[in-house]
Design a protein around this ligand. Structure first.
Ligand code: ZN
Length: 55
């Protein structure tokens, strides 16, 4: 299991996600970014940050 907290990348947001693997987790994060933060495409820098925050 891997998990992610939006606040770990400096967002003022209570979103938390868990998934069986990183790929599924990335999907959930991308969807959350779109729906909650209106970020339609996460750039490379953002993904680097996200991957560091995933555990
Ligand atoms: Zn968030």
């Amino acid at each position: 299991m891997v998990s992610f907290k939006c606040k770990d990348i400096g967002m003022d947001c209570k979103f938390e996600a868990t998934a069986a693997n990183v790929q599924d987790l990335d999907d959930k994060i991308a969807r959350h970014a779109r729906e909650a933060h209106k970020i339609t495409s996460l750039d490379k820098e953002m993904w680097t940050k996200i991957h560091k925050a995933e555990k």
